[in-house]
Design a protein around this ligand. Structure first.
Ligand code: ASP
Length: 431
């Protein structure tokens, strides 16, 4: 069996949904479908999920859920264009639920719920409510019983449709995942039925090797590993929800990211293992908004526990460094700007306690990661990236191979982020 998850763009309107039906009909193994809520139809459009959160806010402020009329109009239009019965009774129930104040998770989850209800008839699929099968612990982890519970519901050889993005907590209340979380539902479904592949249908022909808003026409990577995609996500890439790898990884179920608008393109496969000699680099990604905290003390290694005390002081100020590099007599951390609240107090405290020779907070850093299992083994990757940056006159202020041995991290001045990303992609993207 193949589990197919269709994202918001794939169910944004009737013309997209016709494409989805074609995809389902073209392979009889595609039997378990997970859907997102309808997404944006164009740049100025709104996602159904965003409008639902707004409906909740309207009610929380003591008003009627005025924005629900946009939701109603959107689903009704889709039903009319698909030529199926309207779902007005279900829309009424959902509107009442939101107005009764059932909370933000309930409200937000209804986008997926309504989509799956609406499409079950159109696809001839049996509806399974995620609240009945996907059980979450009080701290948001997936209960093992979710897998068996869902598997037990797939009995015959027909089609099944499951709304993405939510499950229920131990008290039976609806609980949503974080944004983009229908990917997680798809992964749970794939593991539950031990799918031969988990297809994740979106609006790009696979995982692009760089952010297309910055780099012009980046190519899609044909194959990468579960570890590599985690690494890319940690350094800013966001196509596939980072938590969605966990359910399928230990069961070796490949994830195939594909394009509803170009169903013949093979897309990207995410697998357990690959031959990285053929393709060393799988992506180049990055984040701006970092601050560098640098400390120097002569004979640092003579002060046992210095690094730990430094970390402890940062931790007390709510700072958890993301990247670290060390010199003989120095330690350099990159931390997210958001975590720095009162830099002067922090500096004073560290200076008092650790008596460093030099202590500095340097703002406006960006970090770019070149990710791939071959990044360390293959000669010339770092050299190519360095020379590309030097041609652009961009100075490298921080270098690290990360802890994972999959990523070369380069810290630069945030002002040069876009130019640097483009230059690095061009220099190592096809290695
Ligand atoms: N509809 C939810 C969101 O917009 C979940 C998803 O699309 O995966 O975040």
């Amino acid at each position: 069996m193949i589990v197919c998850k269709f994202g918001g763009s794939s169910v944004a309107d009737a013309s997209q949904i016709f494409k989805v039906r074609e995809i389902l009909m073209s392979d009889s193994r595609r039997r378990l479908i997970v859907v997102s809520a309808p997404g944006k139809r164009n740049n100025s459009d709104e996602k159904i999920t965003d409008i639902l959160y707004r409906c909740h806010d309207e009610v929380a402020e003591g008003n009627k859920a005025g924005s629900f009329k946009i939701i109603r109009a959107r689903y009704t239009e889709i039903c009319n264009t698909l030529g199926i019965d309207s779902i007005s009774t279900i829309l009424d129930e959902v509107e009442s639920g939101i107005e009764e104040g059932r909370g933000p998770d309930y409200a937000a989850s209804r986008g997926e719920y309504l989509a799956a209800k609406m499409l079950s008839g159109f696809f001839g699929a049996e509806f399974i409510d995620a609240a009945e099968v996907i059980r979450l612990t009080s701290d948001g982890r997936i209960e093992e019983s979710s897998y068996t519970g869902l598997k037990d519901r797939i009995k015959g050889d027909g089609l099944y449709i499951l709304p993405g993005f939510y499950g229920s907590d131990p008290d039976g209340n609806i609980k949503t995942f974080s944004r983009g979380g229908s990917d997680i539902t798809g992964a749970i479904a794939a593991r539950a039925v031990n799918a031969e592949v988990y297809e994740n249908w979106t609006d790009v022909s696979g995982l692009l090797m760089a952010d297309p808003r910055i780099v012009r026409n980046p190519v899609a990577v044909p194959e990468l590993t579960y570890k590599e995609i985690r690494e890319l996500a940690s350094i800013g890439a966001n196509v596939f929800h980072e938590e969605a790898v966990t359910p399928v990884k230990d069961h070796n179920i490949p994830i195939n990211i594909r394009n509803t608008n170009d169903p013949d393109a093979p897309g990207t496969f995410i697998v357990a293992d690959r031959d990285y000699k053929k393709k060393a680099v799988v992506g180049v990604s990055g984040k701006t908004s970092y601050t560098n905290i640098f400390i120097e003390k002569l004979m640092l290694n003579r002060y046992p526990g210095f690094r730990e005390r430094f970390l402890e002081l940062l931790g007390k100020a709510g700072i958890v460094p993301e990247f670290e590099s060390r010199g003989f007599d120095s330690i350099s951390f990159l931390v997210s700007d958001k975590q720095i609240n009162s830099p002067d107090t922090l500096l004073r405290e560290i200076a008092d306690q650790l008596k460093p020779d030099l202590l500095e907070i340097r703002e406006s850093f960006a970090v770019i990661g070149i990710v791939g299992s071959g990044v360390i083994d293959k000669t010339g990757i770092a050299a190519a990236a360095f020379s590309a940056l030097s041609k652009e006159n961009i100075n490298i202020r921080f270098i690290s191979f990360g802890g994972s041995e999959l990523t070369l991290l380069l810290g630069i001045d945030a002002a040069f982020y876009r130019d640097a990303l483009t230059a690095i992609y061009k220099s190592v993207g096809n290695v």
